[in-house]
Design a protein around this ligand. Structure first.
Ligand code: DGJ
Length: 552
């Protein structure tokens, strides 16, 4: 008879279901033999990635899916990535190529990536394309794919098998755990310079075309009671649950003997919650197996759902905003849940992922000119750990890419940003024609950040759409800010008792060299509109220091 999964989870999970802070602690666990392995560390409200003993901002990009499957194809790409001022590259590692024959591992692609990234002064985030890649199991090895008697698939409502491994099979899970553990062991043994700083476990997990797996194994779990670990979590955290979670479980009698349907009713929403729990349990086991060998930070990414679409219509049950409580309760070895942002309203997606204390790391975002502004917002407003447009290598002029210019400024500013993260001194803004102004309360001042075209100085202001503009603002004194970005104008107003008018003492352009400010031109005339506003025109990138005063 098929083995019943997860009996042992009960005891493990009781131990593992702890407070929110436990999420970070898992990656804080250090390997005693190497104090410098990458880890996470709290600073105020921020979580920072520590690389070689120091906080690190990932100015990153993700490679297209197939680029790392061939040494020769990859070779010319490394210098190109370095020219874009990246310090980190997100690179796929394919189960099928790591284990072409069962139990025979081949890490040559990974070894070459480590060597070549080091030569080009780049760190790596490995993307484990294991059991799932964009819902399906396309990167599983051939020996696994062809053996459906041993490695079971999920099934749709009609009982048809899908190209998706079921998360309810112990055999599937153990095979993935074993290979992932071997990979992490290999990294630990070979990557002595810590090129690899983080790992993504699986890729965009999600059920399609039904919200839940209807295989025999899945049905057996569906007929069981909601796991006690989840009920305990919901009860223990009832005051800090996400509104989506509270609503789903509101006024339900959380009995440990009730099935998912008895507690939540029969619906695709229940199907999705059920799947989220078991996908998370499986993925957590894979992460645990890897961390047992080499405990560096690990995250899981989500394909986001379109507003108004129902479970089953989008890749369901991944770590989506409305399921984050479930994932957090089940996947304690996962440190971060991350959005892959291909939809509008990127600011709202970042807010949703930060809401419950989840560190913000954007491992994928649609590549385009807007990235150059988005990145200032993400690091400024969300204490982000990293930013990474997808298919980063697709450019013929790497050093002319708008993002390369933003990354240049952010790498100069990294020491200051990292010193200030989590302390309430950093702000970010992104503005366009639809939302041309953002007001930011920053200590004693209210900052009105506007799109530069609102000044009416550029003939392009008449065009139908405006490029996205953005900036990061860092308070460096009670009356002083460093602003870096592109395409913005900022005016200042007092935000505390005292003299009612804010004036500009001075605006200087400048740069940071080894973390120290080096002033350039003074900009107190036309460039700051005769003391009316700080300005960085559209098409320009700049770092400026503004000193303010108050008068009546
Ligand atoms: C999101 C996935 O995570 C990537 O691997 C890639 O398939 C992109 N979508 C393509 O847009």
């Amino acid at each position: 008879m098929r083995k019943i999964l997860y009996n042992s989870f009960f005891f493990c999970a009781v131990i593992l279901i702890i407070s929110y802070s436990g999420q970070v602690n898992s990656a804080l666990a250090q390997d005693k033999t190497d104090k410098n392995i990458p880890r996470l560390q709290k600073q105020g409200s921020a979580t920072q990635l520590i690389v070689d003993g120091k906080p690190f901002l990932m100015l990153a990009g993700e490679l297209g899916n197939s680029s790392t499957s061939n040494f020769a194809y990859m070779r010319p790409l490394w210098p190109k990535l370095a020219k874009m001022n990246l310090n980190t590259v997100l690179v796929p590692v394919y189960w099928e190529m790591v284990e072409p024959v069962e139990d025979k591992f081949d890490f040559s692609l990974v070894d070459t990536m480590i060597k070549d990234s080091k030569k080009n002064n780049l760190h790596l985030v490995l993307l484990w394309f294991g059991s799932w890649k964009n819902s399906t199991s396309c990167y599983t090895p051939a020996w696994l794919k062809i053996n459906s008697q041993r490695f079971f698939r999920a099934q749709d409502k009609a009982g048809h098998s899908l190209e998706i491994l079921t998360p309810f099979s112990e055999e599937n899970r153990d095979a993935d755990c074993k290979t992932f553990a071997a990979l992490m062991k290999h990294i630990k043994q070979t990557d002595k310079t810590h090129q690899v700083i983080m790992v993504q476990v699986e890729n965009e997990i999600g059920m399609l075309p039904d919200a839940r797996d209807h295989s025999q194994l899945a049905d057996a779990y569906y007929a069981k009671a909601v796991p006690k670990e989840l009920i305990d979590y919901l009860q223990k955290n009832k005051d800090k649950l996400l509104p989506e979670t509270s609503k789903a479980w509101e006024s339900k009698s959380l009995k440990t003997t009730s099935t998912w349907e008895e507690v939540l009713g029969k619906s695709v929403a229940t199907d999705e919650l059920f799947m989220a729990w078991y996908f998370a349990i499986y993925t957590n086991k894979v992460a645990e197996a890897g961390k047992a060998e080499y405990p560096i930070p690990m995250y899981v990414n989500a394909a986001l759902n379109k507003a108004g679409s129902k479970p089953g219509e989008y890749p369901s049950a991944g770590p989506l905003p409305h399921l984050l409580d479930i994932w957090r309760a089940a996947a304690l070895s996962i440190d971060i849940f991350s959005p892959d942002i291909y939809q509008a309203n990127f600011q709202q997606w970042c807010q949703k992922y930060q809401k419950i204390g989840n560190p913000v790391f954007v491992p994928e975002i649609a590549k385009g000119e807007q990235n150059a502004a988005q990145v200032f917002y993400v690091f400024g407003q969300h204490d982000a750990m990293g930013f990474s447009p997808f298919s980063i290598e697709t450019t013929d002029n790497p050093d002319k890419e708008p993002l390369a210019k933003s990354y240049n400024m952010l790498s100069q500013l990294s020491p200051l940003i990292l010193e200030k993260q989590g302390k309430g001194d950093i702000y970010g803004s992104a503005v366009d024609k639809d939302n041309p102004v953002q007001n930011i309360k920053a200590g004693n001042y209210l900052l009105h950040v506007s799109h530069e075209y609102t000044l009416g100085l550029s003939p392009k202001a008449k065009e139908e759409t405006w490029p996205l503009s953005g900036c990061i603002i860092i308070a460096t004194g009670t009356d002083e800010f460093i602003v870096a970005g592109t395409g913005v104008a900022i005016t200042f107003e007092p935000n505390s008792p005292g003299d009612p008018i804010a004036g500009i003492v001075s605006v200087d352009e400048g740069s940071f060299v080894n973390g120290k400010w080096v002033a350039g031109r003074r900009l107190n005339g036309d460039q700051d509109n005769q003391g009316r506003n700080l300005r960085i025109p559209v098409g320009d990138w700049g770092i400026q220091k503004v000193k303010l005063y108050r008068f009546k």
